[in-house]
Design a protein around this ligand. Structure first.
Ligand code: DC
Length: 223
């Protein structure tokens, strides 16, 4: 009996562990991992380079329409692009373009797609929906470690300030992502919410894998 190739949606705020979990899961299952945040980041980077304002929706939509996205892994992670991605992603026209592309990429299944609106908007019928969250201070620290310098054991005053700035900026972007009119960051009603605050990556993986195994067992019984 063939095992169905699932559409797995992983949503949640920055620093909750989505990318780590999604990429491990995809590797483990032999699925494609699609990080939709990178698509918004790529458009944001192109807007910066083309001198297009982040509030110019029609220009952003036509910029997207004339693009094919090649990811520059390093530059799209920088602070200005991170901030710009949050701003360009509020526009309904930009989101529609992205959602159409994302549906095309995932419709055949065998995909772990992570972002903010995968379970609510891109694939409301996804086979598995996980909403990964964590306490804001933990997420801030994880983000800082991801993008900041290696922090020595005794953190200098300057580094502490930097960590606080990163956390404050992240909270501001989170607030924008959660409160925007179009596809705000909210768990889908049928998502399983995992709080990764006190958990290791392995513990989160265990929970996610057991949710998927259960789904596969139920769908095998149904066929
Ligand atoms: O996941 P990330 O930090 O790379 O995402 C960058 C920005 O893109 C984030 O501020 C919100 C936005 N985004 C979105 O609105 N919808 C998605 N599906 C993915 C990201």
């Amino acid at each position: 009996m063939a095992i169905k190739r699932l559409i797995i949606a992983i949503d949640g705020p920055a620093g909750a562990g989505k990318s780590t979990i999604a990429s491990r899961l995809a590797r483990h299952l032999g699925y494609v991992n699609i990080e939709t945040g990178a698509m918004y980041r790529a458009l944001a980077l192109k807007a910066i380079e083309s001198d297009i304002g982040f509030d110019e929706e029609p220009a952003l939509v036509s910029l997207a329409g004339n693009s094919h996205i090649d990811l520059e892994p390093r530059r799209i992670r920088e602070r200005d692009v991170t901030e710009a991605a949050s701003q360009v992603s509020v526009h309904p026209g930009v989101r529609q373009w992205m959602v159409n592309r994302q549906r095309g990429m995932g419709v055949a299944g065998g995909v772990v797609m992570e972002g903010r609106d995968i379970g609510t908007k891109v694939f409301p019928d996804a086979d598995v929906k996980i909403f990964l969250d964590a306490a804001p201070e933990v997420r801030g620290e994880r983000r800082y470690r991801q993008q900041g310098p290696v922090v020595p054991v005794s953190i200098s005053a300057a580094a502490q300030k930097n960590a606080a700035t990163v956390a404050a900026e992240m909270r501001q972007r989170d607030e924008r992502d959660r409160s925007r009119a179009n596809s705000p960051l909210v768990p889908a009603p049928d998502a399983v919410i995992i709080d990764s605050t006190g958990l290791t990556i392995e513990q989160v993986m265990e929970q996610v894998e057991s949710i998927i195994a259960e789904k596969q067992r139920v769908s095998a019984l149904a066929t």
